[in-house]
Structure formats: C-alpha cells, structure tokens
Design a protein around this ligand. Structure first.
Ligand code: PLP
Length: 398
C-alpha cells in the first residue's frame, strides 16, 4: 500500500520536470537536438534541407577519411561491436593498449589511459588526483566536465579570471604553502577559441608547487608540432603534468584520454570510479582514433588546410564587423551579447543553409551569449561561398 506522502513527493519531482521553463523554451524555439537524416562531408540534411555544417569539431575532417572508416570496419569485423565491460573487469583489449601507447608518444608522455568519453577522462582526473584538504585552482571559463570533477572531489576550489596568470598568482600567495594544489586549465577554450598562456602558467605552477592538469580537447590535432597539442605549441610537454582530452574532435572518433607519468596513470586506474565502473571504449572507436592519429602524422596537408581555412574564415567574420572574442583557433565564437540577438543570428544562418550552435549563459559568461562556429579542413570553396552569404545576411539583421 502506498503511503500518502509518497504520492505528493513523486508529484513534486514530476511537476518540476514538466514545468521546467528552460525545457519549454528549448522545445518551443527548436534550437538544439536537431537530427540529421544524411551527411556527406561538410554537408548535412535535416527535414529534407541541406546545410553546411559550421559547428562540428571534426577539425581535420577525418571522420570520413577512407583510412579511418576502413580501420573502424576492420575492428568491428575482428572484435565485434563492444567489449561489454569495464577495462578493469573484462573490457581491456590489445587495441586499447596500442591506442594508449600511440597517444602517449604523440603528446610526449610516458603513459596514457583511454576511456569512453572525453568528459569522463577530464572529470576523473580531477576527482581522482585530489582529496579533502587540497586546493583546486581553476580558470573560471573551464568546461563543465572539470566542474563536475571538482564536485566529485572533496578538495576546495579557487577560481581565477579567465586566462589570467596575474589573478592566479594573487590567489596563490594567500594560500598555505604546505597545501597540495592542482592547477587546471584548458589548452584551447572550446567556446572562446582562446589559447592558454601556458608559459606563464607553467612558471607559476613551478614557483608555487602546483600540479598542472590541462584539458587539451581542442588543442590536440590543431596546435603544436604536427598537431601534438598546446604543450607542444609552446615546447612545454615536460612542464604539464597531466594532459587529458577527447577523441571526438580532431581524432574524429568518440572517447577520451588521460596522459601522464606511469605512476599517475596507474594511480588513476586504481582509484577512478568513472574508470573502474564504466565500459571500455568500443573496438571501432579505438581503431578510428588510432587510424586518425596515423593520418595526422603521415598527411600533414589536413592541418595546413585547417589553418588556411581558419585564417580565411576569421577574416571573413571580422570584416562583417562581428565580434570573435579574440579567438586564435578554429573554434570561432560570434559574440552577440544577449540570447535574443544570438537566437536571431543563429536563425538567419539556418535560413541561408548554415548550421551552427547557439550558446547562452550560464554555458558562457553573462553578456557573452554567442553562436559557436568551428572551421574544418574539409570546408571547400563552395562551402565558403554559402557561409559568406549566410553570415552577411545574418549580420544585416541583428
Ligand atoms: C574542453 C572540453 N573538454 C572535454 C570535452 C568532453 O569531450 P567528449 O565530447 O569527448 O566527452 C569537451 C567537449 O565538448 C570539451 O569541449
């Protein structure tokens, strides 16, 4: 028999979901969760309409590269669809270790651990490497996977202004020098497209004895010698203790990784609940990431083209008087400053056949509501012609 109050408490939760204003608005304006029926290169189709994809993170355009696709097919045929288990239990296979060795060598670290999402990799490194009494120092604009890692850890947190070594220093001088400290930054900020001033941060980390974790989801494959990432861009691979990131951007697969010293990675394998209790990355995903890593190292033309396209695109956007928030990378935000203006701009791009994504506070700082765009090596002359027309159309109407 049901107790009378359980009826009321269940209804409380149901009502909270059914009356949620952000969900109602999202569904009414149909901004996110679009489903594409078809995809060919940089073009996607939704409800019979064709769009140029301008918000994917397929920076090098490798998700349809024949070598990547064939590697995935071969892995599927050889190993089946899934390991159906966590790495610790029954989920580890030789292709996982092969990918880990290749990734570690690529980013200049001793060891690596691969998980089934970049989100899990980043979150688990923060959660596992800290404990009560430690302090996590974090850039205010860091990705939500890091905030979730912080919530899971019992450490306290200090936020410093975005990309501000000066503010970080001000905080550090006030902390007890004996406290264990973890400094967390992104190599390339996913919304802003900013590169972290890594030389200043590594200097401060060394001066104050902080361990440095860098989420390089958007730097890997994009920056540095042959795409080796932000640490390589600055020649500071040895100064960054932990590099974590995603396989779902330039590596055009799905999954994540943490690269560091053997001791740190083995510690993570022992203590990270997200690693211990979550299924391993699938054979096809691992094979696609490994093949993409090989392509990056043997076909440098994709990276060259990515940067040509990036410069061209940024010039185009700024020539229209639009604000790109000082982006230095292929992730190029168009800051509109309010959700109404961002919506209008996003809708006008859609009207002219360009697909982008709108990002509003609290996903971005208040007043920085934006339309996130990202350039790919795959964008062609024809794509640029459509993008240019659409941007000019949208810019005229805001
Ligand atoms: C900076 C950053 N870190 C981590 C992630 C999570 O990666 P994944 O999509 O592989 O879970 C993202 C994804 O957008 C990201 O932008």
């Amino acid at each position: 028999m049901k107790r009378p109050f359980t009826v009321r408490t269940r209804k409380l939760l149901l009502d909270r979901c059914s009356s949620d204003t952000p969900t109602k608005l999202r569904r009414r304006y149909d901004i996110w969760y679009h489903t594409f029926d078809e995809q060919k290169g940089s073009r996607v189709w939704a409800r019979g309409r064709e769009y140029v994809m301008l918000s994917s993170n397929d920076y090098l355009g490798l998700s349809t590269h024949p070598k990547v696709v064939e590697a995935g097919q071969r892995a599927l045929a050889k190993w089946g669809s899934s390991t159906t288990g966590a790495r610790l239990a029954n989920g580890s296979r030789s292709y996982h270790t092969e990918l880990e060795e290749a990734l570690a060598a690529f980013v200049g670290k001793e060891a690596c651990h691969v998980t089934n999402a970049g989100y899990i990799s980043c979150m688990s490194s923060i959660a596992a490497f800290t404990q009560r009494g430690d302090v996590i120092l974090v850039d205010k604009n860091i990705h939500s996977c890091i905030w979730d890692g912080i919530r899971l850890s019992s450490a306290s947190v200090e936020r410093f202004s975005h990309n501000s070594p000066e503010h970080l220093r001000e905080i550090l001088v006030q902390l007890d020098p004996k406290t264990a400290k973890l400094l967390v930054i992104e190599g390339v900020y996913s919304m802003e497209g900013h590169i972290a001033p890594l030389p200043e941060f590594t200097e401060i980390a060394s001066e104050f004895g902080c361990m440095l974790v860098m989420d390089d989801a958007h730097g890997l494959g994009v920056l540095g010698d042959g795409g080796r990432g932000t640490a390589s861009h600055f020649g500071l691979e040895n100064e960054v203790d932990v590099i974590c990131g995603s396989l779902s951007k330039a590596l055009s697969s799905t999954g994540g990784f943490v690269a560091s010293s053997t001791e740190m990675i083995e510690f993570l394998r022992t203590h990270s609940r997200q690693t211990i209790f979550s299924a391993a990355i699938s054979p096809a995903q691992a094979a696609c990431a490994l093949a993409a890593l090989e392509v990056i190292q043997t076909e440098p033309e994709h990276l060259t083209r990515l940067w040509e396209n990036t410069r061209r695109y940024r010039n185009l956007v700024t020539s229209l008087g639009l604000d790109v928030w000082g982006s230095d990378t292929p992730a190029v935000p168009i800051v509109l400053g309010s959700k109404e203006r961002a919506y209008e701009f996003w809708k006008r791009l859609m009207e002219k056949g360009v697909f982008s994504v709108m990002s509003i506070a609290p996903g971005v700082p208040v007043g920085k509501d934006l339309v996130r765009t990202a350039v790919s090596a795959r964008h062609s002359e024809e794509d640029f012609a459509i993008i240019e027309r659409a941007l000019a159309h949208a810019a005229r109407r805001i």
